[in-house]
Every structure is written in C-alpha cells, then in structure tokens.
Design a protein around this ligand. Structure first.
Ligand code: FES
Length: 126
C-alpha cells in the first residue's frame, strides 16, 4: 500500500467513527395524553394526536385504545353520540368498541387506530 492509499484508509475509518456516532437515531419521547389516575375505566375523551389531528381515547377493563376523529369517508370530524362516533357530514357511524368498524353510512373502512399505552402514571401515544 502506498502512502496515498494508507491515508485514504485512515480517513475512511476516521469518518466512520466520527459520523457513525452522529447518525444514531434519537427516539422520540411518547406524547402524554392524560394521567391514568384522572381517567378511570369507562372514560373517554377527545385529545389532539401527535400529528395535530383530533382523536378519541377510551379506557375499558381490557385497556386503552384510541382512534383518529377524522372520518374515513371524506375527512369530516366525527363526534360521540351514545356509544358510537358519528360523522355529521353524511351520517357515517363507527363503533369504537369494535375496532372502529363502520356501522352505518358511506364510509368503507374503520376509523384509523392510534397506538396508545399506559406508561407509569400516564396514558401515552406511542
Ligand atoms: S365525511 Fe363522514 S360520512 Fe362522509
């Protein structure tokens, strides 16, 4: 190996060491939604998801779950009505206790799920 090849090898190794550290992924911290102590089983609430869109959070005996409040038909915002989430635009209705499935109206697919979990004292969006 000549001197030029040796120096190139050194610079490649040095670059990998220097830039390899700076490219480490930084994990985003989960978005806190509500304290577990303030949200007993049977509760539901509206919140703003990490992407800024309106969403609904539910807590049942089996855990916590959430859905986007954006109707999957044409994008209006659904609202609670009894035990359903209902769209005011064309009457789409979704059952949040059955995976957000469509129970009435023109939407073809369920509400989008939002991943949430309980971490220590908080319900968080993952
Ligand atoms: S936008 Fe919701 S039913 Fe049409």
């Amino acid at each position: 190996m000549n001197r030029r090849g040796f120096l190139r090898g050194i610079s490649v190794v040095a670059g990998a060491l220097l830039f390899g550290r700076t490219q480490t992924a930084i994990a985003a911290s989960p978005k806190k939604i509500v304290k577990v102590s303030k949200f007993p089983i049977g509760s539901n609430t509206q919140f703003v998801a990490a992407n800024g869109a309106p969403a609904f959070l539910f807590r049942t005996k089996s855990g916590v779950f959430a859905y986007s409040a954006i109707c999957t038909h044409l994008g209006c915002t659904v609202a609670p009505l009894g035990k359903k989430l209902v769209c005011p635009c064309h009457g789409g209705s979704f059952d949040p206790f059955k995976s957000g499935k469509v129970v009435a109206g023109p939407p073809k697919r369920p509400l989008d799920k939002i991943k949430v979990s309980i971490q220590k004292d908080w319900i968080v969006q993952a």
